[in-house]
Design a protein around this ligand. Structure first.
Ligand code: SAM
Length: 373
């Protein structure tokens, strides 16, 4: 390992946000096998320092694939006529939330395509009120909404919201979306979520056509600037029925895309220290042990899919989605086994709130120490 890399890793471990953008980009550009391992080891040491050898689990409910958006990379984009559209009923989502609680997962993510309507707002409120007695930490990932809607869902029981910015470079964002999709609105939504009191998560795709290491370094600075609590990011994987897959020639091998995704996790952990970072399912699409490798590179959250298998094929954002035929029980055993193989355990019974969020709350209330895990 070069002396320069050794010094960068040592400095980044000392305190958060210790590196300049060019230094973040230099870490993201590391390719040598020994240096990569040193990068992942340094990030994993910080993950263990802040989160222990435990992984927070959120059961993922893919609540529907009806989407008003037409993002050029996404398999469930409005214009993809090959997708069979579905929306889970409130009863189905409540049943999955109960199953989630029964599995011992204290946290749940409800994700779907984006629908902005009073009917959808009321539907989600109803679901949230019905699952409130289960006392789960509930993350919503339902896209751009007005501040009033975010507030209503917060009042109904949601505590976290994940809205990926996709890229912090507005020009790059423009190349990935139709003209009526607004990067500025997404940023404003993140601000609105914060005002409503959510634990706020964002993230990007890495390996996008035209994206540079400098863009990715800027993405990590963006996470800090927005002071987010959670990061959910992952490699871009072309979906054959989308314009971006047709226009971009094969960009990277699965291995290269996986390594870039792992480097983003590691460098984000080294820069931000105490945020929650998810090992995205997209990593598992690139390698069977992709999520475990994400944890070994600094992630502390995994989101096993608990949606009924009959719907999973209809929620394919990218090619090669894993666990299409595995029900939640099988996923649970497989996950335990996989995490045990890297010396990690499932953090059953805890909501896994972001340490960054708890510190933020304590600082604003001037309470020393942290709250309930
Ligand atoms: N509608 C919600 C929203 O906009 O935040 C949540 C659903 S959206 C499909 C979830 C995420 O999938 C997006 O934020 C995007 O980053 C990711 N995604 C979509 N297509 C992808 C692809 N081809 N490769 C990797 N990730 C993709």
């Amino acid at each position: 390992m070069t002396d320069g890399l050794h010094k960068l890793l040592a400095r980044s471990a000392e305190r958060p946000c210790a590196l300049a953008r060019s230094e973040l980009a230099a870490l993201l550009a590391v390719e040598d096998g020994t240096e990569l391992q040193a990068l992942f080891d340094a990030a994993y040491a910080l993950k263990v320092k802040y989160c222990g050898k435990r992984v927070a689990i959120r059961g993922l409910v893919e609540a529907g694939n009806v989407c008003a958006k037409d993002c050029l990379y996404c398999g469930i984009r409005r214009s993809n006529g090959k997708v069979t559209r579905y929306r889970l009923s409130a009863d189905e989502i409540v049943r999955l939330a109960e199953l989630n609680a029964k599995q011992g997962y204290a946290s749940l993510v409800i994700q779907s395509g984006e629908i902005e309507s009073e009917e959808q707002t009321r539907f989600v409120e109803d679901v949230l009120r019905r699952i409130a007695p289960l006392d789960l930490g509930v993350t919503l990932s339902l896209g751009e909404q007005t501040e009033e809607v975010y507030r209503r869902w917060k009042d109904a029981g949601a505590s976290r919201y994940l809205l990926r910015i996709e890229t912090s470079n507005p020009d790059l964002y423009t190349t990935l979306h139709p003209a009526n999709h607004s990067w500025e609105r997404r940023v404003e939504c993140l601000r609105a979520l914060r005002r409503c009191g959510y634990q706020v998560g964002t993230g990007v795709m890495c390996g996008l056509p035209g994206q540079t290491y400098d863009d990715l370094a800027h993405d990590i600075e963006f996470y800090d600037k927005m002071d987010v609590d959670m990061i959910g990011m992952g490699p871009f994987i072309p979906h054959p029925d989308t314009p971006l897959a047709t226009s971009c020639q094969s960009l990277a091998t699965n291995h290269q895309a996986l390594i870039l995704g792992l480097k983003m996790i590691a460098v984000t952990r080294l820069y931000l220290h105490d945020v929650n970072i998810a090992a995205a399912t997209a990593l598992q699409a690139l390698a069977p042990d992709g999520r475990e490798r994400g944890v070994r590179a600094g992630a502390n959250v995994v989101m096993p899919n608990i949606t009924d298998v009959k719907y999973r094929r209809s929620y394919q954002l990218y090619a090669g989605k894993p666990c299409l035929d595995e029900n939640a029980g099988l996923c649970k055993r497989c996950l335990e086994r996989r995490l045990a193989s890297i010396g990690e355990t499932v953090d059953y019974g805890h909501r896994g709130d972001s340490l960054h969020y708890r510190r933020r709350m304590c600082a604003s209330a001037s309470i020393p120490g942290g709250g309930e895990r």
